[in-house]
Design a protein around this ligand. Structure first.
Ligand SMILES: CCCCC/C=C\C/C=C\C/C=C\CCCCC(=O)SCCNC(=O)CCNC(=O)[C@H](O)C(C)(C)COP(=O)(O)OP(=O)(O)OC[C@H]1O[C@@H](n2cnc3c(N)ncnc32)[C@H](O)[C@@H]1OP(=O)(O)O
Ligand code: FAD
Length: 674
């Protein structure tokens, strides 16, 4: 039986859940939007972008051929880009449209079940122009790029190398005679590979290549390169470009390959903010830090934490709403089948997903603010805070993407068979987010970057030198005794820090032992990398836990009592969950006893029950319109079975009563005539 609510027919179980929610949902929405004003502004943007129906497809994307899917994605990208230039630019209060605004990103998702072929234009091409060009170069390129007169991408990765940027093979050799760079792909493995939009969409790209001048190699540098004619879109002579083929996801992103045959570009097309080549070929280093050319990657790593938090919020909304309407099994024979959300194991799967979406959302805002502070200092020529920020953004990118991918898959498990339907929305979310664990720096590789910083910080702590804020806890690593366990939130956070310090200490000790036994520093490091990755992960979990807790306490200082309670319950759940996931480590590095852990498990289970009545309210607070969810299982009205059937009937397979395959193959085979 269904119930009508605000002119909408709502599943009665969902209506009941909403009736029993005991906190003000809108208040929580405001917290995560950063205030009521932002919520109103976001809703206005969503109304303008989505109410016209321009985001809808006549035929579901999943039923289109690859070519149709791509063309449809370009069509909608153009509609959305035009909206951004016109209606949305003013509404979003952005000086330049689109660049990294989470609201604009969020709204754009309504237009694409997978991704826009313009993602790299806005996500990396424009940010590279902003971050790597001189003011003169910027004034030439930025207006054209922002106005979409040119469309670009970021072509760094090659067939042979993605992680090891210093190993890239594409060359850019300066010719002082003509004042040009000659771009060349000397081998098959030097072909650029993966850049989004490169296959068919863009006419420009940022190319990262080894710079040679006066016979000397100066390492990788970025160049802006035209690859297609601005009018006909035909690839220019000397350019070999195409699309790389079907992938697990990102199938509307036309990721491409690109090779150069002695292709010439003007000298001014080297992005010269951090290093320059003068007309006579003299190389001049401008930047005070050698890794500033990696700046766009750092920017995207920061953005990605927000991006995956948003996608996890979507998956948890779908799975929690579905779990409220789905009834299964009969543990008590005299009662009706329970909602699957009543099973404690289901709550264990789902509430950590909600808490993690909150934790990552708040960490992403905090990380963005830290990034702005680092950029402001660097503007004044001070790069002192960059190593700590690189270590921080690396581990947060690695852990947030990996945790989100894992939890999105867990949300799919929580939806049983129906979660496997494309129309549930979860497979597309998983395919998108699982890629984020690899691109923009692979998980292991980035955690090893953080580990480098941790080891150095540990050595500084050992020498009683001052420590930077995110690793200040390492100063307590030398007390000689195990950290005292205490199950208060602050106590658990201290234990997580003790765990990170303990793991780092083990790594340092083992590396020193191995070196004393004759291993080189490089080999001793390599042999310790499993533990170094674990130390960096532990550090990151301590940072996330600490930031989440502090931010929630700060943001709910003036909230109504029930909002305070439910937010406190979720942060506590997050801390208990990770303590229980790491019991072995806690036993190694803190004074926790077996009894403490048994008690903690019981406290965790009781907490799940306390959160249970508010579960639907908590996902409603993400305030994700149906257009953003793209889900038969997660829509606000909970008409799950009706939607599943409606979607099934749209399948082209159902257009004819008997498939052609019957007369072609089945019948002859069954009649013995094949
Ligand atoms: C509508 C609006 C839209 C907005 C968009 C919104 C959302 C979407 C967002 C994004 C777009 C979407 C999709 C993106 C698709 C994916 C794009 C890509 O993948 S682009 C390619 C990315 N590639 C990588 O990330 C490569 C990873 N590799 C590296 O980063 C490096 O090679 C390395 C692993 C870090 C090693 O570098 P290197 O060999 O040069 O350095 P080391 O010798 O190891 O270290 C020396 C030293 O330098 C420090 N360091 C390294 N990197 C940095 C850095 N970035 N910043 C500061 N410092 C750095 C390192 O720590 C060492 O220090 P020390 O220990 O002191 O010696
Ligand atoms: C969907 C998608 C979109 C992309 N878009 C772009 C784009 O627009 N532009 C662009 O330039 N690139 C893009 N990429 C490429 C992406 O940045 C790289 O794939 C990524 O950086 C990983 O590099 P790799 O593929 O070389 O992996 P590899 O480095 O070959 O990794 C393979 C394995 O080796 C391990 N490994 C590698 N090095 C080490 C090490 N030093 N220590 C320990 N383990 C190691 C890794 O952990 C991993 O398990 C995209 C990739 C994907 C999947």
């Amino acid at each position: 039986m269904t119930q009508t609510n605000n002119n909408m027919t709502v599943n009665p179980d969902l209506a009941m859940e909403r009736a029993k929610c005991n906190f003000n949902v809108l208040e929580v929405t405001h917290i995560f939007d950063g205030g009521e004003r932002n919520t109103l502004q976001r809703k206005k943007i969503e109304d303008v972008a989505l109410n016209s129906g321009a985001s809808k497809d006549a035929l579901g994307e999943e039923h289109m051929s690859p070519k149709e899917k791509y063309e449809n994605a370009v069509r909608k990208s153009c509609i959305y880009a035009t909206m951004m230039k016109n209606e949305l630019a003013e509404l979003s209060g952005l000086e330049s449209f689109g660049v990294s605004s989470p609201v604009i990103r969020r709204t754009a998702d309504a237009f694409f079940k997978e991704v826009s072929p313009f993602l790299l234009h806005l996500g990396m091409f424009v940010p590279t122009i902003m971050g790597q060009c001189t003011p003169e170069q910027q004034s030439y390129w930025l207006p054209r790029a922002l106005d979409m007169q040119i469309i670009g991408t970021y072509a760094q990765t090659e067939l042979g190398h993605g992680t090891f940027i210093r190993g890239l093979e594409t060359t850019a050799t300066y010719d002082p005679e003509t004042e040009e760079f000659v771009l060349h792909s000397p081998t098959l493995s030097s072909y650029k590979w993966w850049a989004g939009g490169l296959g068919k969409t863009v006419n420009y790209c940022i190319v990262v290549a080894q710079l040679y001048t006066k016979g000397e190699c100066h390492g990788t540098h970025p160049f802006i390169v035209q690859i297609r004619d601005e009018d006909t879109h035909v690839p220019l002579p000397g350019i070999k470009v195409g699309e790389i083929g079907p992938k697990m996801g990102f199938n509307t992103a036309d990721n491409g390959f690109l090779g150069f045959d002695h292709y010439r570009i003007p000298r001014e097309h080297m992005l010269m903010k951090n290093a320059q080549v003068l007309k006579d070929g003299t190389y001049v280093k401008v930047a005070r830090h050698g890794k500033l050319t990696y700046g766009t990657m750092v920017f995207v790593r920061v953005v990605l934490v927000n991006e995956v938090a948003f996608n996890l919020a979507k998956a948890s909304t779908i799975a929690v709403r579905y779990s409220a309407i789905r009834r299964q099994s009969k543990p008590k024979p005299d009662e009706v089948e329970p909602q699957i959300l009543d099973y404690v194991t289901q709550q264990h799967k789902l509430f950590i997903a909600i808490a993690t979406a909150h934790a990552l959302q708040l960490c992403s805002t905090w990380l963005w603010e830290s990034f702005s502070a680092v950029l402001a200092q660097m503007k004044g020529g001070n790069t002192d805070t960059l190593p700590e920020f690189h270590a921080l953004s690396s581990c947060l990118k690695a852990i947030s993407t990996s945790d989100s991918a894992h939890l999105i898959e867990q949300c799919r498990h929580a939806c049983g068979g129906h979660g496997y339907m494309i129309s549930s929305g979860i497979p597309n979310l998983y395919n998108f987010v699982s890629a984020t664990r690899t691109y923009e720096g692979d998980y292991t590789v980035l955690l090893l970057q953080t580990a480098r910083f941790l080891v150095k910080a540990y050595e500084q702590a050992e020498a009683k030198k001052p420590l930077t804020p995110t690793v200040s806890y390492l100063a307590h690593a030398f007390s000689g005794s195990r950290a005292t366990w205490d199950n208060s939130p602050d106590g658990i956070i201290r234990s997580f820090q003790a765990l990170a310090a303990g793991k780092t200490a083990v790594c340092v000790t083992n590396m020193r032992k191995r070196m004393r036994a004759g291993l080189s520093q490089v080999d001793a490091w390599e042999m310790s990398t499993i533990q170094l990755v674990a130390a960096a992960e532990a550090h990151c979990r301590a940072v996330i836990a600490d930031t989440y807790r502090k931010e929630i306490v700060r943001l709910t200082a003036n909230s109504s009592p029930n909002v305070k309670v439910v937010m406190d319950q979720l942060t506590t759940l997050y801390l208990y969950y990770w303590a229980l996931e790491r019991t072995g480590d806690l036993l190694m590095f803190t004074s926790v006893s077996q009894k403490d852990l048994v008690d903690l498990q019981i406290a965790y289970e009781e907490l799940l029950l306390k959160i249970r009545p508010n579960a639907v309210g908590l996902v409603d607070a993400f305030d994700l319109r149906d257009e953003l969810l793209h889900s038969t299982l997660g829509s606000y009205d909970g008409r799950v079975y009706e939607r599943l059937m409606e979607e099934a009937l749209k399948s082209p397979m159902n257009k004819e009563p008997v498939s052609d395959a019957y007369s072609k193959y089945l019948r002859p085979m069954m009649k013995g005539k094949l």
